[in-house]
Design a binder for this molecule. Structure first.
Ligand code: UDP
Length: 455
């Protein structure tokens, strides 16, 4: 009998992307997958990819991936970003029982291939309860660096020592200053993010297997320390584990191929702050002025809601006329396509983990401007530990002169050469991981064997 996974995705781009890629990887190994998106996420994908809303399966028919949608309890036109707290409160309280019922329904209608394991995002609040209720093996998938997993895993230690400036007691994690911790650990008041992470890490200790979207050779000590606690498998970067591409963008990607093709090799800076992070108007304007001063060509993906509660044009007056065809501003890009272009020579990023993996894979040096969540810690890994990027600003605030200086520094010159050398080594680690005897390949096969023994 074929193994059958039920995968329930979180409706955020940075989580959905690796989740979809994991589904494809599992299916490519002969596993049946039932992939569940929220109705709202599916509606966004269908709209951006011009698929029929009802009845469409985002996965190619050649793969044994069934596709289903579940209501998150809110109407389609409810603004989930604006009402983040209400949304997540419901995700923590009401959604788990909705998932349990939905999974029961999938199981009863899945004859003859009955699902045997559940794959959930580590941030989900339901895996242990649902897995136990339906007798499923519980697999947790962590989509950020193992470093952040390990810090969250030892939250009790961080809370106990909260007056220490340097955290040097997390097993397998190099000393890290409190200012580089994830944002939920830097807030003095309890926030919904605290609650989400706390619940997630109460859950994850009950998982049978934990998959990490990172690479053994990139975070060896952290991973080996985690594997002493629970069954741990580094299987990243999962989006490069198969060649199959599935439509999963929640926003319509604007084609910029013609603009890119006309530029010289290594001459373009790409800028994006990912799918969730918001910043303020002044930061955007300083970056814009810095771009003008730098003289560098750029593609800038600016989401409509990049600045909170502000519908006005966020760019300085006259900016577009000033840069003319030296710059292309668009709401959302096909980021991997852009980064893969030899024309792109630098990436100004908010340090989302997928963005970092994509940048390393494509050999593009980074300028880091972390905003929240895991991004401050990711910045520390990129700039301080791996030395494959630089900070956008070394002080507290973003200033146009420094922005221009950093842009030029990353695009060419001595510092840029040094970063590119380190990047080459890191890129080899990532690319080797999915080669024939690579660590992610080996870990994935080991996971499948261990899973088989358990189901
Ligand atoms: N992305 C994209 N187009 C954009 C910006 C981002 O396709 O204009 C993709 C990007 O390739 C990445 C994901 O969205 O895979 C963002 O994930 P990440 O972890 O970098 O950041 P998050 O959005 O979770 O903060």
């Amino acid at each position: 009998m074929k193994a059958h996974a039920i995968m329930i995705a979180l409706p955020y781009q940075g989580h959905l992307n690796p989740f979809v890629d994991l589904a494809v990887k599992l299916a490519s190994k002969g596993i049946t997958v039932t992939f569940v998106n929220t109705e709202h996420a599916h509606h966004q994908i269908a709209r951006s990819q011009e698929l029929p809303d009802a009845g469409s399966n985002i996965f190619a028919a050649a793969l044994d991936i069934r596709y289903a949608t579940i209501s998150d309890g809110f109407p389609l036109d409810f603004d989930r970003d604006l009402n983040f707290i209400d949304y997540w409160e419901s995700f923590l309280s009401d959604f788990p029982s909705r998932v349990a019922e939905f999974v029961g329904h999938i199981i009863s209608s899945s004859d003859p291939s009955v699902p045997s394991f559940l794959v959930s995002d580590t941030f989900a609040a339901w895996p242990a309860m649902v897995a136990q209720k339906h007798n499923l093996v519980n697999v947790s998938f962590w989509t950020q660096p193992a470093t952040e997993f390990a810090i969250n895993y030892h939250l009790h230690l961080v809370k106990q020592n909260d007056d220490e400036q340097m955290i040097n007691y997390i097993p397998g994690v190099a000393p890290i200053s409190t200012k580089d911790l994830m944002s939920h650990l830097q807030e003095s008041d309890a926030t919904i993010a605290d609650e989400i992470v706390f619940r997630a890490f109460e859950e994850v200790v009950k998982a049978d297997f934990i998959l990490h979207n990172t690479v053994q050779e990139v975070e060896p000590h952290t991973l080996s320390s985690l594997s002493q606690k629970q069954a741990t498998y580094a299987i990243g970067p999962i989006n490069f584990s198969t060649k199959c591409s599935v439509p999963k963008s929640l926003r319509r990607q604007v084609d910029c191929s013609e603009w890119l093709e006309a530029r010289p090799h290594g001459s373009v800076l790409y800028i994006s702050f990912g799918s969730i992070a918001q910043t303020n108007r002044q930061v955007i304007q300083e970056i814009a002025h810095g771009l003008v001063i730098s003289g560098v060509s750029f593609i800038w993906a600016i989401r409509p809601q990049i600045v909170m509660d502000d519908d006005r044009d966020v760019l300085p007056c006259g900016f577009k006329e000033n840069v003319r065809d030296r710059g292309l501003v668009l709401p959302w890009s096909d980021q991997l396509y852009v980064l893969s272009s030899p024309v792109v020579g630098g990436f100004l990023t908010h340090c989302g983990w997928n963005s970092i993996l994509e940048s390393v894979w494509c050999g593009v040096p980074m300028i880091c401007y972390p905003i929240l969540y895991d991004q401050p810690t990711n910045r520390k890994l990129v700039v301080d530990d791996w030395k494959i990027g630089i900070n956008l600003c070394d002080g507290e605030s973003v200033g146009k002169e420094e922005v221009a200086e950093k842009i030029n520094k990353v695009m060419s010159g001595e510092a840029s050469d040094c970063i590119r050398k380190n990047l080459k080594e890191m890129r080899t680690k990532l690319q080797d991981a999915w080669s024939e005897n690579g660590s992610s390949q080996i870990n994935f096969d080991r996971f499948l064997r261990d899973l088989n023994d358990k189901i």
